[in-house]
Design a protein around this ligand. Sequence first.
Ligand SMILES: NC(=O)c1ccc[n+]([C@@H]2O[C@H](COP(=O)([O-])OP(=O)(O)OC[C@H]3O[C@@H](n4cnc5c(N)ncnc54)[C@H](O)[C@@H]3O)[C@@H](O)[C@H]2O)c1
Length: 372
Amino acid sequence: MKTFKLTAKKILSSDIKLSLHALDNLSTLNLFNTIEKTSKHILITDENVDILYAKKIIEQIEANGYNVLKLIIPPYDKSKNLQEYSRLADECLNYGFDKHSVIFSLGGGVVNNIAGFLASTLYRGIGLIHFPTSMLAQVDAAIDFKQAVNHNQGKNLLGSYYPASQIIIDPTVLKTLDRRFIVDGLSESIKHALCQDRPFYDFLEKNVENLDDENILLEIIQRSIELKLELMNDDLEDDFDETIKQYGHALGHAIEHLSNGEIYHGEAIAIGMCVSSEIALLLGLSDERTRDLHYSIFDKYSLPTVVPKKYSFDNIWNKMKYDKHSLNGKVYTGILQSVGSMALTKSGEYGHYIEEDLLRQAIDKNQQRIKK
Ligand SMILES: NC(=O)c1ccc[n+]([C@@H]2O[C@H](COP(=O)([O-])OP(=O)(O)OC[C@H]3O[C@@H](n4cnc5c(N)ncnc54)[C@H](O)[C@@H]3O)[C@@H](O)[C@H]2O)c1
């Protein structure tokens, strides 16, 4: 038999620019130098963000000599699916997209993710510029190569790794975002603090009453990005990095999906992180103080900490088995030894594979908090 190996190296990279009022000054950001004037371009946004910010962005793009068509999707995760993807693809191709066309994505994680997935697939990859407008998108969803839509079986099951060329972050747009979404996004910042940075944990704890101060938000977003970028090294599946990025996510995604939009992403992973801290205790890898530091910070940020009893264990377990990291009937999580430090498995890995019974015990412990 003759065998061959086909390899190609492609470097994924995105330029991230963070500053107050960045979205008022696009011409100063070197955004447009490489965008083809003769090609057609599209701005994708959702119904809520459209009313607030689309006009000012489109005016600035047009002032630089481009034509952009605006496409609007309904808000929330219900739009992050193949039907909406397919509708947007039809619109782009009918409009006359070519290989040099650019998609501008203006909105929260939902808009960024579906626009990113679309950009990665049209002509096997066209230009993509993110303007993330929600807290979750500014600290996490847009700071990634992961683009995806959901499937009935689970979240983000259809996706790709694809870089936006530019990610422009302006924290001043957060002033129009509901408080529930602000703290929802900050759940990802708390995740980084718990896993990587004790002083950042203290900073977040101290500033919970100061979230109206845009300089505090700027500082939180900056630190969150720095901590996330530490994990975005050459190996996109690196065990240590991936375990931190996915901390609380296996259970969180299951709860988020089962709740059908009632529990948001950051809320669901806050619950997931609390259950991970219970698993850590049950495994004897951590202590009560570390577990309590999980519950206390999420309580301070008014994020949920307990798995709602209305979701049966079997339903949760079945959803978790579709998590991409699940293996041989076990689910995957990182474990904290203490705040800022991850615990290793006996074989020296950061990802712990958890049996059904251990997860059941951890959720029982977690739900005992309801009675307190
Ligand atoms: N690595 C990744 O790709 C990654 C990481 C985390 C989350 N996500 C995904 O992100 C999505 C959730 O993102 P999200 O919380 O931003 O949800 P979202 O995009 O639905 O936005 C939340 C709500 O806020 C509104 N909104 C956004 N910006 C606003 C602003 N500045 N002012 C007023 N309203 C505004 C939106 O219209 C929406 O109603 C989920 O699909 C999740 O899976 C992806």
